[in-house]
Design a protein around this ligand. Structure first.
Ligand SMILES: [Zn+2]
Length: 344
């Protein structure tokens, strides 16, 4: 694993073009007061935003990247810069609340304590609830002198139009495969026999986001996904029972597993409806999907999809579930899928 570079100047090779763009804007003093930084998970949007915040707050006026030396840079590195705020949901999976926005409003209404810029990063702008988004609007309309809002969002087009129209958009682009693969290969442990093949698999699973791919590797998620597919295939073939598989599943990260399963079922529906394999999100399992599509009815597929999404929302609401029972029931429906009447 490579050493973490200085937090203020931390950067990834695929940030280069966008960084060039913003650093020019800083130099020419035409960086917009509200910027949406968009891009799929795993591209390092927060890292990019922090570097930008550091550059804006740095007291070495002449440069377009933080100096790392001045008082402002030191405060920021120590996580105690009074004119820098990072706003994100207080708990993962929860919304950003209107009170959090009001606290920021209050802080932004006073003079910058270090006499320079003030920067707010909103990590997970998708998680602003409606009240919070409305409270933010006023801030975006009248940001005040030398104040900057950096909103991070996976799909900027899905932000409220009222918020979006007050911001300029900067997309962090998915790196070219060659760049993503060579970066990821460097991060993988040396004992991996075929780092290129592992990296390719991980990048595909992570939809192109190299950091997401690395995270998947660290959590051994790709192995879990592979194991799931082996077990689901065994159930279809009658080589494993739903009960057995449910017993091995119920202590696994069920939320992640249901998300994958839902993705596979969505691919299955696409395949069943169009017969086209070109736009599937999981091209590595085409054969399995084709076999299931041929032998199942669309009605049964939708019924399973409905149950899966319902269970996922129960998990998100932290309802107490008997995971083993839930898994068993879902797996039984999966078993019945290829035994459903395909004429329906
Ligand atoms: Zn500095």
């Amino acid at each position: 694993m490579t050493k973490e570079p200085d937090i203020l100047l931390h950067t990834y090779p695929w940030h280069q073009d966008q960084w060039h763009q913003v650093s020019q804007m800083i130099r020419q003093k035409r960086l917009p007061h509200a910027l949406i930084i968009g891009g799929v998970p795993g591209l390092g949007k927060l890292t990019f935003a922090k570097r930008l915040a550091a550059a804006l707050l740095c007291q070495q006026g002449e440069i377009s990247d933080a100096c790392g030396q001045c008082k402002s840079c030191q405060l920021l590195a120590a996580n105690s810069h009074p004119d820098f705020k990072l706003m994100q949901p207080e708990e993962s999976g929860k919304a950003i609340l209107v009170d959090q926005v009001r606290n920021i409003q209050h802080a932004m209404a006073t003079t910058a304590q270090q006499g320079g810029a003030r920067v707010v990063i909103i990590n997970g702008a998708a998680d602003l609830n409606l009240n919070a988004a409305n409270a933010l609007l006023k801030q975006l309309e009248e940001p005040g002198d030398n104040s900057f809002f950096l909103l991070l969002h996976q799909w900027p087009k899905m932000l409220l139009p009222t918020v979006r129209s007050r911001c300029q958009l900067l997309d962090i682009i998915i790196p070219r495969p060659e760049q993503a693969l060579s970066w990821l290969e460097e991060q993988l442990p040396e004992d991996d026999g075929n780092p290129r093949a592992t990296a390719e698999k991980l990048i595909a699973l992570a939809n192109g986001g190299p950091l997401k791919a690395l995270q998947l590797h660290a959590s051994k998620a790709h192995e879990l996904r592979h194991q799931m597919l082996v077990q689901l295939t065994a159930i279809l073939r009658g080589n494993a029972s739903s009960l057995e598989v449910a017993q091995s599943w119920h202590k696994q990260p069920l939320e992640q597993m249901l998300k994958w399963w839902i993705e596979w079922i969505n691919d299955l529906i696409k395949l069943k409806m169009t017969g086209n394999t070109a736009h599937l999100a999981n091209p590595d399992i085409i054969k399995l999907l084709q076999a299931v599509a041929q032998r199942s009815s669309i009605k049964a597929i939708y019924r399973l999809l409905h149950r899966l999404t319902e269970q996922l929302s129960f998990i998100n609401q932290r309802r107490n579930l008997n995971n083993q029972l839930v898994c068993e029931e879902l797996l039984h429906q999966w078993y019945l899928l290829v035994r459903s009447d395909t004429s329906l």
